[in-house]
Design a protein around this ligand. Structure first.
Ligand code: G
Ligand code: G
Ligand code: MN
Ligand code: NA
Length: 253
């Protein structure tokens, strides 16, 4: 409850900020997008990880105003980079379950796009497989979002226990292979096979694919050989503050 009260204040007191992790297209070697990741610098308690405070935000309902702030900040930042001469980037923003089923989600996203003047195709929303539990509700929410012209990615793909049938009904554009598989490339042949299979399946379904959590050059080599489109991980860059990303843009890619 203490943390919940603090989190409430955090939003008003500018204690929350976003870091951005580049996504690299393996064909061109260029940064084509970024994932926005929330951070909290507590005035007394110091750095608190999103793994700790996002669940509190979800339980308390604070995820709604926080989620709106994240979306607006991320869209504004990408538009700003564009104005400052960086090539156009796509920004991926994580959505919580509570946001997906928020009544006015579509209106909120639409308002943010209008306000920030970001082209809808530059925005990707990330949901997880666990959100596919209520397929009907999910389908409706995603279809409405898609009408705005934005894209949808499945985050942590491969870790959920859901059926894959949602892939044919849902308006999914991209699969993000969970880092637990990527990190076992070279040490576990089953994980290697799973990575190759997900990439191949994505191609057959005409979905984009992003491999997450890539840290080693050996993993990169395997992903290139498997025709993976896009990668994201510490090998290229950790999530970093916008200024740093802008300054190092050409070194990262
Ligand atoms: O960046 P990091 O590894 O610390 O993120 C930890 C977790 O927090 C990840 O699962 C990530 O998806 C989640 N997360 C980070 N930023 C956001 C956000 O803006 N909204 C939501 N809902 N989750 C986030
Ligand atoms: O759940 P989601 O995929 O949204 O969370 C992304 C999380 O993965 C972030 O917390 C980010 O900091 C973390 N991350 C990104 N790249 C790497 C990586 O190469 N290695 C590890 N261990 N974590 C990573
Ligand atoms: Mn994510
Ligand atoms: Na993930």
């Amino acid at each position: 409850l203490i943390l919940e009260n603090d989190l409430h204040k955090a939003l008003d007191n500018d204690e929350l900020f976003l870091e951005y992790q580049p996504q690299i297209d393996l064909q061109t070697g260029r940064i084509t997008g970024v994932e926005a990741l929330i951070r909290w610098q507590h005035p007394e308690k110091g750095w608190i990880s999103p793994g700790t405070f996002i669940p509190i935000a979800e339980e308390s309902g604070l995820i709604i105003p926080i989620g709106q702030w994240v979306l607006e900040t991320a869209c504004y930042q990408v538009k700003l980079w564009e104005k400052e001469g960086l090539p156009p980037l796509k920004v991926a923003v994580n959505l919580s379950l509570g946001q997906l089923f928020q009544q006015d989600l579509v209106e909120m996203v639409q308002e943010v796009l209008v306000k920030t003047e970001l082209e809808p195709q530059c925005l990707q929303l990330e949901i997880t497989e666990s959100m596919t539990i209520n397929i009907d509700q999910m389908t409706t929410a995603l279809r409405n979002l898609k009408e705005l012209g934005i894209t949808i990615a499945i985050d942590d793909f491969g870790t959920g226990y859901s059926s894959l049938s949602y892939l044919k009904d849902f308006s999914i554009d991209c699969l993000k292979i969970d880092r637990s598989f990527v990190q076992k490339i070279q040490s576990n042949s089953t994980d290697e096979a799973l990575v190759a299979m997900i990439i191949s399946m994505a191609k057959h379904l005409q979905l984009n694919v992003v491999a997450e959590g890539i840290e080693e050059v050996e993993q990169l080599a395997y992903l290139m050989a498997s025709n993976c489109e896009t990668v994201q991980g510490y090998l290229f860059s950790k999530p970093i503050q916008p200024k740093l990303l802008q300054e190092n843009f050409h070194e990262i890619q």
